[in-house]
Ligand binder design. Structure first.
Ligand code: JSK
Length: 449
């Protein structure tokens, strides 16, 4: 038996959302079309042809969802705003008041229940009208984003104190435009890399705007991370793993914290034929102090060098580690290593774990969901987190993904990450065993295993 204890003042949270993953009501109250509406309705893109038209119907059931959070005892709820609910065409003078009203209802309900809202401005639902104009490859999208962010800051000043610009910029750029698995589904390394730069400029200019207009609160961004441990001490294994990690961590964090791209990654992109266009002032814009850093971590593995035509030059070595139901190896040491690498590179920046969680597809039996796999995963990763805290990583809070099962992007409704089960036919919510375990852990600020 061992007790894992967390620091006093540690904030506990639940994240349900990306807007598109839970809200539904895609045709209501003037919401515009997003790239995920288009993508999910394109045959072959999403498992079973699933889409977010109904999802968890949180647009209508948010009060019930806040009740679930209240009983859980969380301090903070991380959610995202659907840009096309605010500006149906992405930009222009027309603000859709009904879209704003929804987020006011949600935020007010959270505040009434003593739950702090943490708002992500961009969690992947780009207005389709902007995509039709080149999307994130067009620098006009940067201006449109800053304009939308400014409106949100002013509208919710005093209510929302924690803001995130972008969720998982690696996914927005490379997964969506190089690997082609997420919307808009391109497969072009040059395009994807240029988009990663535009995203960083959009992030930096938004932070600048936040300071200029003097908004009360804190702002950061939430990159996703992974860890590959080299199979051997051969230099080529070490370098290949380092580049994979650097693709997520240093590529996105060095510009923000140091004002430069990491040379080892620039060299690598160049070798693969990428020519990055950086305009005057871009690096200064990106290099804005942020108040905190969000970290998303799910998985890692062991890998070795393997020559490859594409960007990646590694292959996984099957270690027969346990995997979650989505097939991702359970690798809590990677979580610790990621946090230590960030501390070594960027110092004591306050960190919120903005996502960490697991996919287990357990169904209710007689009203109970026995998701012991998820509890085990949480125990392992919270123990890794406590190691990082003991080693001086400045962790302010932990937010699990996800409050409830929802639309898992290209996997549709087949992959469940929630601590609350959602029946997608009846939309009934059922608390899983992990919900009760997490509730107890939050109440105690420790757990025993
Ligand atoms: C989960 C990453 C934000 C929130 C959650 C999916 C993801 C992913 C999913 C990589 C990926 C697929 C598949 C193919 C081939 C080669 C969400 N987080 N989530 N985060 N990331 N890969 N090479 N590296 O739902 O909305 O890749 O990859």
């Amino acid at each position: 038996m061992a007790i894992i204890q967390f620091p006093k003042g540690m904030k506990w949270g639940g994240t349900a959302t990306a807007s598109y993953q839970i809200e539904g009501a895609t045709n209501e109250d003037g919401r515009g079309i997003s790239i995920w509406d288009t993508f999910s309705k394109t045959p072959g893109r999403v498992v079973n042809g699933d889409n977010g038209d109904i999802a968890c119907d949180s647009y209508h059931r948010y009060e019930e969802d806040v009740e679930l959070m209240k009983e859980l005892g969380i301090d903070v709820y991380r959610f995202s705003v659907a840009w096309p609910r605010i500006f149906p065409n992405g930009t222009g003078g027309e603000v859709n008041q009904k879209g704003l009203d929804y987020y006011h209802r949600l935020v007010d309900k959270l505040l009434e229940n003593g739950i702090e809202p943490m708002c992500t401005l961009y969690h992947w639902d780009l207005p389709q009208a902007l995509q039709d104009n080149g999307g994130w490859n067009n620098r006009e999208t940067i201006d449109a984003f800053v304009n939308y962010a400014e409106l949100m800051f002013k509208e919710f000043d005093g209510k929302i104190k924690h803001w995130l610009t972008l969720n998982e910029p690696w996914c927005i750029s490379f997964l969506s435009n190089y690997i082609g698995v997420h919307a808009p589904g391109n497969r072009d390394l040059q395009l994807a890399t240029q988009i990663s730069h535009h995203l960083l400029v959009a992030h930096g200019r938004t932070v600048k705007k936040f300071r200029e207009i003097g908004i009360e609160g804190q702002i950061g961004f939430a990159p996703n991370t992974t860890w590959l441990e080299p199979y051997s001490t051969r230099q080529e294994d070490i370098d290949a793993c380092n580049r994979e990690i650097g693709w997520y961590i240093e590529w996105f964090m060095d510009p923000v914290f140091k004002g430069t791209y990491p040379k080892f990654m620039l060299d690598w992109f160049k070798k693969k034929g990428v020519e990055l266009e950086i305009q005057d002032g871009d690096m200064e814009d990106i290099h804005q102090p942020v108040d905190f850093l969000g970290i998303n971590y799910y998985t890692g593995h062991i890998a070795r060098y393997k020559e490859n035509e594409g960007l990646l030059d590694w292959e996984l070595v099957e270690m027969n580690y346990d995997r979650t139901d989505i097939g991702w190896p359970i690798f809590p040491e990677g979580f610790y290593n990621v946090l230590m690498r960030i501390k070594d590179s960027y110092g004591d920046i306050p960190i919120y774990i903005t996502e960490n969680g697991s996919c287990y597809n357990d169904e209710p039996e007689n009203g109970r969901v026995r998701d012991s796999g998820r509890i085990h995963y949480l125990q392992q990763h919270l123990t890794a987190l406590s190691r990082a805290i003991a080693s001086g990583v400045n962790v302010k809070g932990y937010i699990t993904w996800s409050l409830m099962d929802n639309f898992e992007w290209a996997e549709g409704y087949t992959m469940r990450f929630g601590i609350v089960h959602v029946n997608y036919r009846t939309l009934e919510r059922t608390k899983k065993d992990s919900y009760y375990w997490y509730k107890q852990t939050i109440a105690n600020n420790w757990f025993e295993k």
